[in-house]
Design a protein around this ligand. Structure first.
Ligand SMILES: Cc1cc2nc3c(=O)[nH]c(=O)nc-3n(C[C@H](O)[C@H](O)[C@H](O)COP(=O)(O)O)c2cc1C
Length: 338
């Protein structure tokens, strides 16, 4: 099984860091369903340094379940990243993951996220600074390059490993590609071939159990990271470990339990109900009546009403291949931060 610093992972299945999704309740759910690793969504190093209350709240985690607890930070300055990582360590982080894939201008403008791919010495300095300051295992999540003319992932990853990185996760698209086209799994194969002694985590377009096994086989990577394929489908991790898909009763119970932990985490009822709508939309994907259910829950603002709607919908849920195929409910990935 994959080894991350001193931590032996239970299996090679990793939940992708996803802003607004990979919060504590969803990470805990994914771990319980069998994921081997669930990093946090990206957290601003500047925000941590300034003790911004909203940023500090991202550090909440469940130390019993989240083992190891991987904190993803973003920033462009080695000393700021190092100081923020020390704060993360003090809050319980056991591994620091550096975001080097975020394509969003607000992030890249300050030299963070995928902008680090364009400045390899600085990217390596960030790894070194965090290693020296925290003594924790450091990992990085990269893309294949800034654009088609600068697919420098082997150079970037080799420099990061030389600087002390324990693992490299790579989304097989360039920054310029955003989420368009297909992830190029051959780049993941080439990265693993170039770094045979490093934990390489492949990422991009793994939607099914079959995809995950195919990625392992085709690329020889050590672990597979799943993002959009886990939205509304945390059971994918159980199925990857040989378990069964959920029946209606279980699906309903898990959605309700997720909602409860989400409410406790959000703290405020209306905010919780609103921010859970996206999860409900994903959970309903592929089930008969999904679009009417989404329209309904978008009008609800009380937890009790959500409970009732969830019970009505999921207890009677029937798979609907036709509806699933024509179901165009999707995220606007242009705003996705990885
Ligand atoms: C809603 C959303 C939010 C994301 N946020 C992050 C993030 O905070 N940090 C990060 O490294 N990647 C982020 N990503 C990128 C994913 O981790 C992953 O690299 C990408 O979705 C490709 O994997 P997939 O095809 O399995 O979804 C995000 C993606 C999505 C869809």
């Amino acid at each position: 099984m994959p080894q991350l610093g001193p931590y032996a992972l239970k299996n090679p299945w990793v939940l992708a860091p996803m802003a607004g999704v990979s919060e504590m309740p969803f990470r805990v759910l994914a771990f319980r369903m069998g994921a081997g690793l669930c990093p946090t969504e990206l957290v601003s190093a500047q925000g941590l340094m300034r003790m911004n209350p909203r940023t500090v709240r991202y550090l909440r985690h469940d130390a019993e379940v989240e083992r190891p607890y991987v904190l993803q930070v973003f920033g462009g300055e080695p000393d700021v990243m190092a100081r923020a990582s020390v704060m993360g360590k003090e809050a319980g982080a056991q591994v620091i993951d550096i975001n080097m894939g975020c394509p969003v201008k607000k992030v890249t403008r300050s030299g963070a996220g995928s902008a680090l791919l364009c400045d390899v010495p600085r990217a390596a300095d960030v790894v070194r600074a965090i290693r020296e300051a925290t003594l924790l295992p450091v990992t990085a999540k990269i893309r294949t390059g800034w654009d088609a003319n600068s697919r420098n992932y082997v150079e970037v990853a080799s420099a990061l490993v030389d600087a002390g990185a324990s693992a490299i996760a790579m989304h097989g698209r360039t920054r310029a590609q955003g989420y368009s086209g297909k992830a190029d799994w051959d780049t993941i194969r080439q990265l693993k071939a170039a770094l045979p002694g490093t934990l390489v985590i492949g990422n991009g377009d793994v939607k099914t159990v079959e995809d995950a096994h195919r990625m392992l086989e085709q690329t020889r990577c050590d672990a597979v990271m799943i993002g959009r394929g886990a939205l509304g489908n945390p059971w994918i991790f159980r199925q990857l470990n040989g378990g069964l898909p959920p029946d209606n009763d279980e699906r309903c119970a898990v959605v309700l339990a997720h909602f409860e932990t989400h409410c406790a985490f959000a703290g405020e009822e209306l905010a919780a109900v609103r921010s859970f709508r996206k999860h409900l939309a994903w959970y309903a994907h592929g089930l008969r009546g999904a679009s009417a259910f989404r329209a309904e829950v978008n009008t609800l603002d009380r937890g009790e009403a959500v409970h009732a709607a969830v019970r009505r919908f999921f207890q009677e849920a029937e798979a609907d291949a036709e509806a699933a195929a024509s179901d165009d409910y999707d995220l606007d990935y242009r705003t996705a931060l990885g």
